[in-house]
Design a protein around this ligand. Structure first.
Ligand SMILES: [Zn+2]
Length: 450
């Protein structure tokens, strides 16, 4: 626990005390009683709900009066609260935690990625109610070891699904640790084979418009032969065309810089793909909130001082991140945002109409976009800016990600027999989605972390 700092240690030890009360058979049972339940399937919420948790799993789901709470169960009142499945964030970067200067970060901190930074990022996500996350692009061995330590319950964090290194034409100088270039079809298959045999959960393609089409197809084919999904960056039209052409399972980001909308042929290709019922859903993770919110944050940088993103980080790294954000208005990363922002509503509308299943993902870790705050902000932008129905936005952060990762039998909804990944918040996220900013209760695999 040394690497986590005091706050995380306190959280975990108090969790042990509340969720695992000693003595008696029923001590294994925890009952969440009284709150309104959004189960993740999209039906109207269940009032006066009871959720019984036994060990790591949900045992019963029902209403007060219908489901008896066993004598001796640990009862947690959820009165006045909404209970919902633990959130997913489908696009996080654990190896970065908001610093503005990637070249500095990548040359200064790799020795601390595995021991300090990735665990801190994971802990911040969990405390924000994110009980599952997909980490896209990181050093292979560190990603796998952090994933396994979290998933075995050794350190706090969301259940992790990791890609390891990006697959692309050529790594940018100084990024070879987490970007693997491919030269030729055979090399593309070989790189995917190495990732698959190491045990990654997903393959991440980027800059596929700089690869040959044979290489792109080889990556996707080899991954699918090994039952790994492939997701691709969608910054440029040709990246999206190639991704679709090669048969990837989903794409990421709301791209095309300042272009006013996606080209008609690209959207037609997405509709073609989603119309093929035998192929399952096509997923799109817009990661739109860091783009949309930049102007606001440039003019209102006070929130950068919110200490939630310090959790698990040592003082010297916190200080380094703070100074990197001192001139928030001048960051090269965001200079195009004022021109991009007016195009986002149209692009998001196109994505909604494309037939793709949209997923909540946030690019958390990119400059000033902290793991502790990113997920609720993405939900907020979808619902409050672009008019996405709140229930569907919640499903894009619960049910659908579990489907996308092939684990919907175990997580993604509050259902009997599934893992007890649950959160509770005061108030009603269907009316005020931003109540998800302050998650009161976080349970992952039956264990209470908050
Ligand atoms: Zn990203």
């Amino acid at each position: 626990m040394r690497a986590f700092g005091l706050a995380a240690t306190i959280v975990v030890s108090s969790a042990t005390a509340t969720a695992f009360a000693p003595a008696g058979l029923a001590a294994q049972t925890t009952a969440l009683v009284g709150g309104t339940l959004i189960d993740g399937f999209g039906a109207p919420p269940i009032r006066n709900s009871v959720v019984l948790i036994e060990g790591q799993r949900i045992q019963r789901v029902g209403r007060v009066g219908e489901v008896a709470v066993p004598a001796g169960a640990t009862v947690i009142s959820t009165e006045g609260m909404t209970v919902l499945p633990g959130l997913w964030d489908m696009h996080v970067h654990l190896m970065i935690v908001g610093h503005a200067d990637y070249a500095h970060w990548d040359s200064t901190y790799p020795a601390q990625f595995e021991s300090v930074i990735m665990p801190a990022a994971a802990c911040q996500l969990l405390m924000a109610g994110v009980t599952s996350a997909r980490d896209l692009g990181g050093p292979l061995e560190a990603s796998l070891r952090v994933r396994d330590r979290v998933n075995q319950g050794e350190i706090p964090g969301p259940t992790l699904y990791v890609s390891g290194p990006f697959i692309q034409h050529e790594p940018y100088p100084g990024t070879e640790l987490f970007r693997w270039g491919v030269t030729g079809e055979r090399d593309a298959r070989e790189k995917v084979r190495r990732l698959a045999e190491a045990g990654v959960n997903v393959i991440k393609l980027i800059d596929q418009d700089q690869m040959t089409m044979e290489e792109v197809r080889a990556v996707v084919d080899e991954a699918h032969r090994r039952r790994l999904p492939v997701i691709a960056h969608a910054h440029r039209p040709e990246e999206i065309r190639r991704a679709l052409d090669a048969g990837v399972d989903g794409v990421e980001h709301t791209g095309l810089q300042t272009a006013p909308e996606y080209p008609a042929d690209v959207m037609a290709a997405v509709r073609d793909r989603t119309a093929q019922g035998n192929r399952g859903p096509f997923f799109w993770t817009p990661t739109i909130s860091p783009l949309y919110n930049y102007d606001y944050l440039r003019d209102n940088p006070e929130w950068l001082d919110d200490p939630s993103w310090h959790l698990g980080l040592p003082d010297d790294i916190i200080a380094d991140i703070r100074q990197s954000l001192a001139h928030w208005d001048q960051l090269p990363y965001y200079q195009m945002m004022p021109q991009r922002r007016p195009t986002l509503a149209r692009k998001f509308q196109q994505l909604k109409e494309s037939g793709a299943i949209l997923l909540i993902g946030t690019d958390s870790g990119v400059p000033g976009n902290f793991h502790s705050q990113s997920t609720w902000q993405e939900l907020d932008v979808w619902v409050n800016v672009f008019g996405y129905p709140a229930m569907e936005a919640i499903r894009a952060a619960t049910y659908w990600p579990a489907v996308a990762m092939g684990v919907s039998n175990d997580v993604g909804t509050v259902s009997e027999g599934k893992y007890a990944d649950l959160i509770a918040v005061r108030g009603d996220p269907l009316r005020h989605i931003s109540v998800l900013r302050d998650v009161d209760l976080v349970i992952k695999r039956g264990r209470r972390y908050r």
